[in-house]
Design a protein around this ligand. Structure first.
Ligand code: ASP
Length: 472
């Protein structure tokens, strides 16, 4: 007999089944033992009345992994649990086998309201992930990513994996560095985003690229910003205008939300569709910031207020805090240095660069930026001018020589966007912290208490890399 999943039990009334899973809730009632058996799909109630099964049932405790052989029975009318999809049936156990025992967990799995502190949750993340809420969040994330992959594949996009060991990619944050053993004294950087690679894929002629891309930025954490790593839906298209990128992304998000409503019975609705478009100047004038919340009812967890922000200034003033590699002059790119100026503003690059507007687009959702992108520069002369304006030295320019060189071999006009997967799923799940939608996140202060990372390494490893630790 093959294993039956909990979700399949309602269709098997009167049949004998084998279930496997974890003991969820467990209680004795006089001579009977009741417990809920949990698998990935849900929980089902098991009753044990007599015989060897009863002896075994008395030994089990929450979180034991067990095998139950028994009969699926319809519950009496007044015992039906309407809140559970498996609430109309129960399993009358005939044989119970303990597969593995479990210690008492450091926090309750059954009762989610008794939330443990973050440190404990992260140290025992594999137990925290047993909570129904976490399972639902991770499943939602999977659904979102799966839908995006299908949708973009249907729209002729190609998924390409770009390198993780690479060179500094300027997105305005600090890099994570990886020392090279083969090239002592040299370092790889983990990508802050696949920006240059995706542009080079356009030069290569792929025309439509996407990737569920891990991005690494050494920044301090906030609830809506992960320390370390996060995932973006990175995409790029050739022979397009800004309008094409906006249409594609908007179409994708609308289709995604409709899919979730249909498949998961969600009740998301849009505040406005098509998404409203505001210029950066108007957004700042109206809301005092460029990440604004247009929801009509901020207490409605199903309301989604998407909006586009356009016409950003190409440059912002560089501040001390800007961790930008071209630091030196007073201008920094608002988005990044590959963003194209609007055609009509190109002459201003020579006369009044602060006034130049960019082909940049940000997507805002319920007060958060969920994606940013731009049409890119594909004229090497303009790219060089931007390098000069942001104060690049000749040495810094050399770091991007490959981009300028690539552009001399036939570059199509191109552009793209990169919505943040974690942030999007956080908002769809109604969560307030990114950690609730990431299976194994770092703590707020950038550690993994479960793995114990970051950690010290053996002296031999350091010697091989030619690295000496100087305690600061
Ligand atoms: N690479 C950009 C970012 O990470 C997104 C883009 O311009 O497509 O913000």
């Amino acid at each position: 007999m093959t294993r039956t999943l909990t979700k399949e039990t309602p269709q098997k009334v009167g049949e004998k089944v084998i279930l496997m899973g974890w003991v969820h809730k467990h209680r004795r009632l006089g001579k009977l033992v009741f417990f809920d058996l949990r698998d990935r799909w849900g929980v089902v109630q098991v009753v044990v009345r007599e015989g060897d099964a009863l002896d075994a049932a008395k030994k089990i405790r929450p979180e034991f992994v067990i095998r139950v052989e028994g009969l699926v029975k319809a519950r009496g009318e007044k015992n039906v649990n309407k809140d559970s999809p498996m609430g109309a049936i129960e399993i009358e156990a005939q044989v119970i086998t303990i597969i593995t025992e479990a210690q008492t967990p450091p926090f309750e799995i059954e009762n989610e309201n008794l939330q443990a502190n973050e440190e404990l949750r992260m140290q025992y993340r594999y137990l925290d992930l047993r909570h129904e809420r976490m399972r639902k969040n991770i499943m939602l994330r999977h659904r979102v990513i799966h839908f995006i992959r299908n949708y973009l594949t249907d729209h002729e996009f190609v998924e390409v994996q770009t390198p993780i060991l690479t060179k500094s990619t300027p997105e305005g944050a600090r890099d994570y560095l990886v020392p090279s053993r083969l090239h002592n004294g040299k370092f790889f950087a983990l990508p802050q985003s696949p920006q240059q690679y995706k542009q080079l894929l356009m030069v290569a002629g792929f025309e439509r690229y996407f990737q569920i891309a891990p991005c690494f930025r050494d920044e301090d954490a906030r609830a809506d910003r992960s320390p370390g790593e996060f995932y973006q839906l990175d995409l790029e298209m050739s022979f397009i205008t800004q309008e094409d990128i906006l249409q594609l992304a908007e179409g994708l998000f609308i289709a995604l939300i409709e899919h979730l409503n249909e498949k998961l019975g969600k009740k998301y609705h849009f505040t406005q569709k098509p998404f409203p478009r505001l210029s950066h100047a108007d957004a700042v004038k109206q809301y005092g910031k460029d990440k604004f919340d247009m929801r009509k009812d901020k207490n409605d967890p199903t309301e989604l207020a998407f909006a586009w922000v356009l016409d950003f200034p190409l440059f912002t003033k560089q501040t001390e805090e800007d961790y930008f590699h071209g630091a030196g002059k007073t201008l920094a790119p608002s988005h990044h240095m590959f963003t194209a100026p609007k055609e009509e503003d190109v002459p201003l690059l020579d006369t009044d660069p602060g006034k130049v507007r960019a082909y940049q687009h940000d997507l805002v959702l319920n007060g958060f930026e969920v994606g940013g992108g731009s049409v890119r520069i594909h004229d090497p002369k303009i790219q060089e001018k931007i390098f000069d304006l942001i104060g690049f030295t000749e040495k810094q320019k050399k770091n991007f020589h490959h981009m300028l060189e690539a552009f001399t071999y036939g570059v199509p006009p191109h552009g793209g966007i990169a919505p943040g997967i974690d942030r999007l799923v956080m908002l769809l799940a109604g969560e307030k912290n990114l950690r609730e939608v990431v299976a194994f996140p770092l703590t707020g202060d950038g550690r993994d208490p479960m793995m114990g990372s970051p950690s010290e390494v053996e002296k031999e490893q350091l010697d091989e890399l030619g690295i000496q630790i100087i305690k600061t």
